[in-house]
Design a protein around this ligand. Structure first.
Ligand code: SF4
Ligand code: SF4
Length: 382
């Protein structure tokens, strides 16, 4: 594949407009040049498992990107994999990505996702057709089942045969699934299935070691591994002052050779320019220090999505999902995404019951105050 990078001089007026509209970027990148940074070319590639796709280790998480010129900028810098989904922005995110693909389809790989909870042939095909139309392309590189949390779901025969048909017809080159919860089990269950080409998994420096091992095992079996939620919520914390944890967080994830690429969500040029510097760089002393400080600052609010609280609430509250809503609000500072995720949950799962519950029986091994956090989401969503 050919693509052009570092086309700084080729940016049009659209790009300049986006720059001027860009929100101020508070954090300054930590200067680790003395230890780790490659001087010449920060672009690093890994092969996405048996797909054989040679992709940049930092890719474009487009989930919250509303401005096509930001994605153009990512491609200009050498990034060659874009992640979107039918669900993001209620379909509009694929329209944004499509604005880029209509002129640069050959410059990049693109991955999207079937609407969550859809497993029948007609639902999957309808979702894919809508994606292809919005993306202005006749094929995607990867199509994924979105948000799997049960082993039975990745073994769903109708879904699998439909995905196989899609692949055969050339509407998607490869098939995969994404997961936020029960991740270790799903990674390990996917290996003997010998069906999925890729798995998109939530993984960051706060993830348990067992998850890293499962990722490595899945990768060893030939499955391409894409990591999301790599920035552990992306919280702004006064404890870090002007230091940014972003490069360090990406370097930490990429230490695991089983991870083939990362998809940090990026909405500004500055975030892209900062994050691409993590490619080809090893963790240094400063990185470890800044992650330690960042970790301490967010420990009390970061849900590790370990799933250990799953099914623990007698009232049926989906503790992990409601914590994810809070992360989108507090960390990503994206009220629309938080609201959309909240309203996708059933009334029971949202946690209204927490407001009048006498005694919370859900215990988080990571010390999160479950009732207080879920109550705060109710107040946020009124
Ligand atoms: S709330 Fe705690 S137990 Fe539940 S998924 Fe998050 S980190 Fe794990
Ligand atoms: S406070 Fe009560 S209703 Fe809310 S999660 Fe805990 S046990 Fe469930």
């Amino acid at each position: 594949m050919k693509w052009q990078r570092r086309q700084f001089l080729k940016k049009g007026s659209q790009s300049l407009l986006a720059l001027s509209a860009m929100p101020s970027f508070k954090w300054l990148a930590l200067d680790t040049a003395d230890e780790t940074k490659k001087e010449q070319d920060p672009i690093e590639y890994r092969i996405l498992g048996k797909t054989g796709m040679k992709i940049t280790t930092v890719s474009m998480g487009a989930m919250r990107t509303r401005e096509p010129s930001v994605i153009h900028h990512a491609l200009d810098q050498g990034i060659n994999y874009i992640d979107t989904a039918r669900r993001y922005m209620d379909g509009y995110n694929e329209v944004v990505v499509g604005q880029v693909l209509k002129t640069r389809r050959k410059d990049t790989f693109v991955a999207t996702k079937i609407l969550p909870g859809k497993f029948s042939e007609s639902e999957i095909l309808d979702s894919l057709e809508a994606s292809l139309k919005a993306l202005q392309t006749d094929y995607v590189d990867v199509i994924q089942l979105h948000g799997m949390s049960n082993v039975e779901d990745i073994q769903n025969e109708e879904a699998m045969s439909t995905l196989a048909k899609i692949k055969q017809e050339g509407k998607a080159r490869f098939v995969g699934f994404t997961t936020h919860s029960n991740q270790r089990e799903l990674l390990l269950a996917a290996i003997p299935l010998k069906f999925y080409d890729t798995i998109l998994v939530s993984y960051n420096f706060k993830s348990p070691p067992e998850l890293g091992e499962a990722i490595q095992k899945a990768a060893d079996s030939g499955i391409g591994i894409v990591a999301m939620k790599t920035q552990a919520g992306g919280y702004e914390t006064k404890e870090l002052g002007n230091l940014s944890p972003h490069q360090a967080a990406l370097k930490w994830v990429l230490q695991n050779q089983g991870v083939h690429t990362t998809i940090p969500g990026m909405v500004t040029y500055a975030q892209i320019d900062e994050n691409i510097q993590a490619m080809g760089s090893k963790m240094g002393w400063h990185d470890r220090k800044v992650l330690h400080r960042y970790g301490n600052a967010i420990d009390h609010k970061l849900c590790r999505m370990c799933g250990q609280c799953e099914g623990a609430c007698p009232q049926g509250v989906s503790v992990l999902d409601v914590n994810r809503v809070l992360m989108y609000s507090e960390g990503y500072r994206d009220p629309d995404l938080a609201s959309m995720t909240f309203h996708e949950l059933s009334a029971k799962e949202r946690g209204l019951a927490c407001l009048s519950c006498d005694h919370c029986t859900v215990r988080c091994p990571h010390g999160l105050n479950i009732q207080a956090r879920i109550q705060s989401v109710q107040q946020l969503m009124v």
